[in-house]
Write a protein that binds this ligand. Sequence first.
Ligand code: PLP
Length: 399
Amino acid sequence: MSKLTGSLKARQFTESVIREMTRLNQLHGGVNLSQGFPDFPAPAVVKDAACAAIQGEVNQYAVTWGARGLREAIAREFTRRYGVPVAADEQVTVCCGATEAMMATMMAIIDPGDEVVIFEPFYENYGPDAILSGATPRYVTLREPQPSGSSGTEWTFDPDELAAAFNNRTRAIIINTPNNPTGKVFTRAELEAIGALCRKWDAVAISDEIYEHIIFDGCRHVPIATVEGMAERTVTINSLSKTYSVTGWRVGWAIAPPSLTGAIRKVHDFLTVGAAAPLQAAGVAALGIPESYYAELAAAYRRRRDMLLDILDRRHFTCYKPAGAYYIMTDIGVFGFRDDLEFARYLVKDVGVAAVPGSSFYSHAAAGRTKLRFCFCKQDETLAEADRRLERLVPAGAH
Ligand code: PLP
């Protein structure tokens, strides 16, 4: 084969379907409910802090593992909120978004042949992350609730299936709570069960908690680092992106035990050197926002969730009500299309609404064939416009 081609690794995954949907949406002038970025402004104090940092000449490289002020703010906030001590100098690494924090962590701790347990459906990046880091993924199914709610409203996993996924080769498990795409918020009991397996098999928990503050209906976010014996074997990943509506800034971080931080920092340094220095300075302002901001953020998102649930319900989708994050997973079986991709393309081209085909969250496309994910990090007018366009949709039997 010609050498003018992608590597074996790069050939194992396709371009991001989520970002492809955003591009298709632009082409067709649709309403974008696919990629999870807000269409409303970021908080003024955060934007002002970024402008002030640029004007104040914070324009050169920050320390490669993150500006001291931001690392201290990250450590202080995690300890204040969850009671887990974090040493900014030894445990915090600032990266280019949670995306890079996840990639740097996996490349830092995984050797080819190591197994990584991943709950499925999963945030689409974890698949390529596993391939690029040489990990062998072991998927554990998150089962959807019955839409009628007769067997509960939560996505659940079978503890025996989870236990069977661990063995001597297991290096890590990836957790994402609140979860994209399902909206599941892992309970303390579930995290304790995961923690017990990590301790038994000497595995690391890599926990993506980027939707920490977007949580509804009295649910509480539990970081797995707060489970007994887990702080020393957990890498907690987070970012400014979702909490402060600045997904384009690309500032995220990993909080890791000192035993793993050195490796993460080395990989991070050679991947990207560092995240944008003035935006790290603005991150200090963001993390200092008064507590009321977070309650308002969650309340605003709950309202948007309910608005989109109502719209999708009226437009014949079967919805799985999320307890956190800003997505609604739906079932599209009633529309009678061959699969999720065909339906998603029809939706963006002919109806003018972009959403993400369910198969992009599963290792085997067939498992997501009747699913579609919508996001609700959008202004009321955007959601109302989507509602108007979706009026054209009719269930298969009603043609
Ligand atoms: N992790 C999850 C679960 C996400 O849903 C997203 C974005 O949608 C990311 C990470 C990306 O985060 P960042 O913008 O900080 O790279």
